[in-house]
Design a protein around this ligand. Structure first.
Ligand SMILES: *[C@@H]1O[C@H](CO)[C@@H](O)[C@H](O)[C@H]1NC(C)=O
Length: 364
């Protein structure tokens, strides 16, 4: 069933109850056994969005393409939260995203690496703050402490493209802007048990953290309430380059520990591509960090929430409302809603659309 064919009443219900886009972990290997294996990139790939939509990505919401600015992600009205999610995972690796963030109070442009156990590494750009970017990480979706975020000062990221890099190994996570290391974190520096260490997919998109229906903590974090009449607000992504530092066709969780040593690479090996490890400075002396330990919610993870008090959202998961996605009439992972406003979750996993690519894909 297409979103557009939902009854008006159902559509109204969605619009009134959905807050912002998120995707979710379909099956958390720490909570459940028998989760599907993660398709592995197992090599390196460059995706050039100036040539159009790329295969190996699933689109949620409306993403536009232009030869000059690449993929465009626009929030024009409440519920808009276009997003692309890689169909593949990497187990340690290197990500480079060439993008220009969106303006607009409360608008959040996001680059996120996220695992099925809700390990996460991200960069988030607040539309009200054109000269900074927030870097953050989470382990196992643990949001008991919001003390991992660092805000990095930079030149205007809303009027020009920059290259944002995450280099992620068992030894450290390095964040870079235009080739300069702005943050580096070793496992010992992470909160206990919180170092991201499970296969990650990549999500790039935009959402309105300042939507008036969001929890006030989220709105405050996002920099204030979004005024849609001042929009539309658009972020652009020209390209994404990815190197998987492991090899194989699939990554499998062999236990429920959620630790890297529980990950098995089918037909390859974890760390099998470490020879491709990018040379990155781990010294972040160039960075100007203006805030550290700030509170920031996990993007798209169902945890856009107050840090002081929070109740389970009546919609789980929150999903993009603007997307013409498929209604999952038989949710298998317990992501159903409760209460009288019962609503099936939408999922885009069944609506993968592949386009003619100019994909450079080099399996190792
Ligand atoms: C990329 O997409 C192609 C075409 O659908 C598919 O055959 C291939 O397995 C995908 N590769 C990855 C790494 O997702």
């Amino acid at each position: 069933m297409r979103f557009s064919s939902l009854s008006a009443a159902t559509a109204a219900l969605i619009l009134s109850t959905q807050v912002s886009a998120q995707t979710y972990t379909d099956c958390d290997p720490r909570e459940q056994t028998g989760c599907p294996a993660d398709p592995a990139l197992g090599g390196s790939a460059k995706f050039d969005f100036t040539t159009g939509a790329q295969k190996n990505w699933t689109t949620s919401g409306a993403v536009t393409y232009s030869s000059s600015t690449g993929a465009g992600f626009t929030v024009a009205s409440q519920g808009d939260a276009p997003l692309i999610t890689s169909d593949f995972y990497i187990m340690w690796g290197h990500l480079e995203v060439v993008m220009q963030s969106a303006p607009g109070t409360g608008i959040v442009s996001s680059i996120v690496m996220q695992s099925d156990t809700l390990d996460e590494i991200d960069l988030e750009f607040l539309g009200g703050q054109a000269t900074s970017v927030q870097t953050n990480y989470f382990g196992h979706g643990d949001t008991s402490q919001y003390n991992r975020e660092q805000t990095i000062e930079m030149s205007n990221n809303q009027n020009s493209f920059h290259t944002y890099t995450v280099d992620w190994t068992a030894d450290r996570i390095v964040w870079q802007i235009d080739g300069t290391t702005v943050r580096s974190m070793a496992p010992a520096d992470a909160n206990a048990g919180q170092y991201p260490q499970t296969p990650m997919m990549i999500k790039i998109g935009i959402w309105a953290g300042g939507d008036p229906s969001n929890p006030s903590g989220t709105i405050n974090w996002a920099g204030g309430t979004t005024d849609y009449s001042k929009g539309p607000f658009t972020m652009y992504c020209k390209s994404v380059s990815v190197i998987d530092y492991s090899t194989g066709s699939e990554y499998v969780y062999t236990s429920q520990s959620g630790t890297s040593d529980s990950i098995s690479a089918v037909g390859g090996s974890v760390d099998g591509n470490m020879a491709a490890t990018a040379s990155v400075a781990t010294d972040a002396s160039a960075a100007t960090i203006t805030s550290s330990g700030g509170e920031a919610p996990i993007p798209w993870s169902g945890t856009h929430r107050e840090t002081s008090s929070w109740s389970t959202p009546d919609i789980w998961p929150w999903v993009a409302t603007a997307t013409a996605s498929v209604v999952n009439s038989n949710p298998s992972s317990g992501h159903t809603t409760s209460g009288s406003d019962k609503l099936e979750p939408l999922t885009v996993y069944q609506s993968k659309t592949f386009f003619d690519p100019d994909l450079t894909f080099e399996p190792q």
